[in-house]
Design a protein around this ligand. Structure first.
Ligand SMILES: *Cc1c(COP(=O)(O)O)cnc(C)c1O
Length: 522
């Protein structure tokens, strides 16, 4: 397709500030677009209906006295409004999306085609189960793949995101402790310092207390600290550990960690968001895991990041399986059916997490992805994801500082050590926007100073990786040289540096009309 690499800019960006401003407010071919309320003429309407002759009585006297306060746009104006907004999005269909830990991979169009088949797309959750046998069979087949790939005996399909899967696994652990008569005495959940924020949040949501474990110099769980905690406490409920961890490193002591936790009477929750790095190569069940969520929207290519709902099926060990939430699919002589009854055959279930059975559309996409790759293809997914991340690490290690020695797994982690005084991670991230890229994950994991976490996934070609590395290397070189132009980046985006903290803490979510005086003054 003849895409050229972006070379290094020869002149400092925005040397002439007026060049980055335009009369129209548009930049290049990106049109400026205001809020729909600001665009819309209030007295206009997009439809051209003849004035009704006698409408006064037909509404029985409840005719609106005031206007509808909706902007009036014609069809082409409405279409352009949303088209212009859509062009402000960065998307996986547009370019490499380097967000670490998020596994932003290509969403195959074959998945979309399968999900739109009427037998999956046009059914209703309240339909009699004998009329949706194919859909139930699909859920059952996907469950079989997930159990096989993880080496686990059971899976709860209904959780609707990774964090929701964490909730499922931790509620199952709580229920198992209650069944053992230890619900009140075992409250402590160990969480490594590098964990995703959802892990401690989930533990607390389930009524546990969180006890943090340090990372050692190699970026893995500090085993001495872990042993110390297990020796001095007798209230361990379990551990929540990510593997590969969020430093992009395999926890090499994982089997010993599982044994120690089990010996202390606790359960091992594994955050499986990074499963993409090991799918087809390592079965978490063999490592002693009791519960692990799988982000179908990460490892199994279903759309996310604005593109679709998540889905977080959670695999469970024999010890936790009896506590799995309803509903779940079983097969008997009459075919497939959903077990919904907590009074009856699912008496030990901790309850129900969602109204129906989970994200059907995502189940179809994920199974399509699995079947189109096959067992050998899924193994290659993990191998190529790790290869791509190591390619990035090795191409950038001359200009940036890798956070840890040695090879990484599926994501490359850098610290801000290489930057000149005054230049920070955020400046590098913002300068990447000028180069046409969504920034990488910044300041996470917290155990690395000024962290930059880059996950390319297996779906990027060498050309795309090189193009990204060229851009980031040029920004990093400027950061090392203390180039002050980075402080003002992005220079080419429609909006410059925003006060993101204020936007997050005090979001203005409602448009308020300008004061009438202000209109009169204009
Ligand atoms: C993405 C992610 C989660 C949460 O998953 P969601 O689907 O976003 O709720 C949890 N842990 C890690 C390590 C992740 O990367």
């Amino acid at each position: 397709m003849g895409m050229q690499s972006i070379g290094r800019p020869t002149a400092p960006v925005a040397a002439n500030a007026s060049l980055s401003e335009t009369v129209s407010g548009s930049k290049g071919l990106q049109q400026r677009e205001d809020l729909i309320f600001e665009v819309g003429a209030w007295d206009k309407t997009g439809v051209d209906l003849p004035t009704p002759k006698r409408n006064r009585d037909r509404l029985g006297g409840v005719t609106r006295g005031t206007d509808t306060s909706l902007p009036g746009l014609s069809e082409p104006e409405a279409v352009r409004h949303y088209m212009r907004l859509s062009q402000k999005n960065y998307a996986i269909d547009l370019g490499l999306f380097p967000l670490g830990s998020c596994t932003m991979k290509h969403n195959p169009r074959l998945n979309e085609k399968a999900a739109r088949m009427p037998g999956f797309a046009d059914i209703h959750p309240m339909q009699p189960q004998r009329t949706i046998q194919g859909a139930l069979e699909l859920i059952d087949e996907l469950a079989t793949w997930l159990k096989t790939l993880t080496g686990m005996p059971a899976v709860a399909m209904s959780p609707k995101a990774g964090a929701h899967g964490e909730l499922c696994g931790m509620l199952a652990i709580r229920q198992a402790l209650i069944a053992r008569g230890e619900g009140e005495t075992r409250k402590r959940v160990l969480v490594p310092a590098s964990a995703h924020g959802t892990n401690p949040a989930t533990a607390i949501q389930c009524g546990f207390i969180v006890d943090e474990i340090k990372a050692d110099k190699r970026g893995r769980v500090d085993m001495a600290e872990l042993r110390g905690k297990l020796e001095t406490t007798d209230d361990i409920a379990g551990i929540m550990l990510t593997n590969p961890n969020t430093c992009g490193l395999f926890e090499t002591d994982i089997k010993e960690i599982a044994d120690l936790i089990h010996a202390a009477g606790g359960y091992f929750y594994c955050d499986g968001a990074n499963f993409n790095a090991i799918v087809g190569r390592v079965r978490p069940g063999d490592l002693g895991v009791d519960a692990m969520h799988i982000n179908l929207h990460k490892t199994f290519s279903t759309p996310h990041g604005g593109g679709g709902p998540g889905s977080g099926p959670t695999v469970l060990s024999d010890a936790l399986a009896p506590f799995a939430p309803v509903p779940y699919v079983v097969k008997d002589e009459d075919g497939f059916r959903l077990v919904e009854d907590i009074e009856g055959e699912a008496a030990q279930a901790f309850g129900r997490m969602v109204a129906f059975h989970g994200q059907m559309g995502m189940f179809v996409r994920a199974l399509t992805y699995m079947l189109s790759h096959g067992a050998d293809g899924l193994k290659q997914v993990a191998e190529d994801a790790v290869l791509n991340a190591n390619y990035i690490q090795s191409r950038l290690k001359g200009v940036m500082t890798p956070a840890f020695d040695g090879y990484c797994m599926h994501e490359a982690l850098f610290s801000d050590e290489f930057t000149a005084d005054g230049i920070e991670t955020i400046d590098i991230a913002k300068a990447l926007i000028d180069e046409g890229y969504h920034p990488m994950t910044m300041y996470f994991p917290l155990v690395v100073h000024g962290a930059m976490l880059i996950e390319p996934t297996e779906t990027e070609s060498k050309q795309e990786l090189d193009r990204f590395c060229d851009a980031l290397a040029s920004v990093a070189t400027k950061a090392a040289a203390g180039d002050a132009s980075l402080k003002g980046a992005p220079h080419l985006a429609p909006k410059k540096r925003l006060d993101e903290t204020r936007a997050a803490r005090k979001p203005i979510l409602k448009w308020t009309p300008p004061e009438p005086e202000a209109i009169a003054a204009e």
